[in-house]
Design a protein around this ligand. Structure first.
Ligand code: PMP
Length: 390
């Protein structure tokens, strides 16, 4: 039943239908776009393109309305229980969204002696802005301590170690919903429970939006950021959602320029497509494909799956892995493995994956799956990888 549903969806991606010999396994870098998204953009640009909020004529008014409706659409997508009190701001992507929280909110908020917690093994887009904010404050004589979010052996945030790290001066925690290398759901409801109700939590949802439901109420987040292009919209679109609670009232500066109107149109079409397909089902599909790939790799002694040590036999029950499987061959370098796979038609990501402080440890090959990937593609990949096993 899930397979039939998936086949119907896959047909809606023209780039994949055009050349079935090519297997796209890099959706964590950017997702492919369904026809509905392409049609929405073409429709907008060919019938009502104008700048927003500038004119008295129909196209301009329509564009202004589209952007207001897009904010409402994003609130619904994020399960926002009180949209009248929160804010949806359009940004160019997760990187800019996180930077904006750091520069337009955190810098003005922290006081001498405050502390923040940063997950330094997460994507650098979710580590550098916080460190830069603290460095900027230090130059102004405001000292803020940065503590590293503790991880456990399965690369989940270590909730047992967290309380020992927090003090009454802990003001802010940066977190990621789904890790971009290990694919684990970082279980942010548990993070909120361990961190207590007062601390401001900012969530990088770059790898979860479009792959599984992102529920801002369930995570009890204060800020949530994601990239449109990873959620099947055009590049250059992104969302910064702010709850505007706990004193984290957010009024970003410098938003008087022209919005990315066609990008925002593509985002609405993408969110409509994803919700119609069903994010729960999409998550079930990518988790199942990822598990199939991981299970296959575990039978091949030449490979190590990152975050999935053999000693942690039961670790797949600790975390759900959302269609991201990162591997290393014991003898073939990761870039070489990437080239070998590319020659066979498999598009994967190799090398270091934008993780700071990890050095050599992170050179690896990342296979990332989406709803358009098939069981057959995973099995063909495993066949090629098995041919390199020794
Ligand atoms: N956070 C995570 C977890 C990511 O995987 C990425 C994309 N590589 C980013 C942030 C940055 O996203 P973007 O490049 O779209 O700004």
């Amino acid at each position: 039943e899930l397979r039939c549903w998936q086949e119907g969806l896959r047909e809606q991606f023209p780039i994949l239908v055009a050349d079935p010999g090519q297997v796209y396994l890099d959706s964590a870098a950017t997702a492919q776009k369904p026809q509905a998204v392409l049609d929405a953009v073409t429709g907008y640009l060919t019938s009502e393109n104008a700048n927003a909020g500038r004119g008295t004529y129909r196209w301009a008014n329509r564009t202004t309305a589209l952007i207001d409706q897009a904010r409402e659409r994003v609130s619904v997508f994020l399960g926002d229980p009180s949209p009248s009190r929160s804010g949806v701001h359009f940004v160019s992507g997760a990187t800019e969204g996180l930077r904006t929280v750091a520069r337009d909110w955190l810098v003005g908020e922290l006081r001498d002696g405050d502390e923040i917690i940063v997950p330094f093994a997460d994507h650098t887009a979710n580590t550098m802005p916080w460190q830069e904010a603290v460095d900027l404050l230090a130059r102004q004589g405001v000292r803020v301590a940065v503590r590293e979010m503790p991880y456990d052996a399965a690369h989940d945030y270590d909730m047992r170690a967290l309380p020992g790290l927090m003090t009454e001066r802990t003001r802010f925690i940066a977190a990621t919903h789904v890790h971009h290398v290990y694919g684990g759901d970082m279980n942010l409801a548990r993070l909120r429970a361990a961190a207590g109700p007062e601390v401001i939590i900012c969530v990088d949802a770059a790898q979860s939006a479009g792959h599984l439901p992102v529920d801002v109420a369930a995570m009890d987040a204060d800020f949530v950021v994601f990239s449109g292009h990873k959620a099947m919209a055009l590049p250059g679109t992104g969302v910064l959602w702010a709850a505007n609670r706990r004193g984290a009232r957010f009024t970003p500066g410098g938003w008087s320029g022209t919005p990315n109107t066609s990008g925002i149109v593509s985002l609405v079409a993408a969110l409509d497509w994803l919700d119609a397909a069903g994010l729960d089902r999409i998550a079930r599909w990518t988790v199942a494909l990822g598990a199939r790939l991981t299970d296959g790799l575990r039978k091949l002694p030449a490979y190590e799956v990152l975050g999935c040590q053999r000693s942690l036999a039961a670790d797949s029950t600790v975390q759900q892995r959302h269609g991201i499987v990162t591997l290393r061959h014991h003898a073939i370098g990761s870039n070489d493995l990437g080239f070998i796979l590319a020659a066979e038609g498999f598009m994967v990501r190799s090398d270091g994956h934008c993780q700071a402080h990890q050095g050599e440890k992170t050179s690896s090959v990342r296979v990332s799956l989406h709803v358009y990937n098939t069981v057959d593609e995973v099995d063909r990949l495993l066949d090629v990888l098995a041919g390199l096993d020794d």
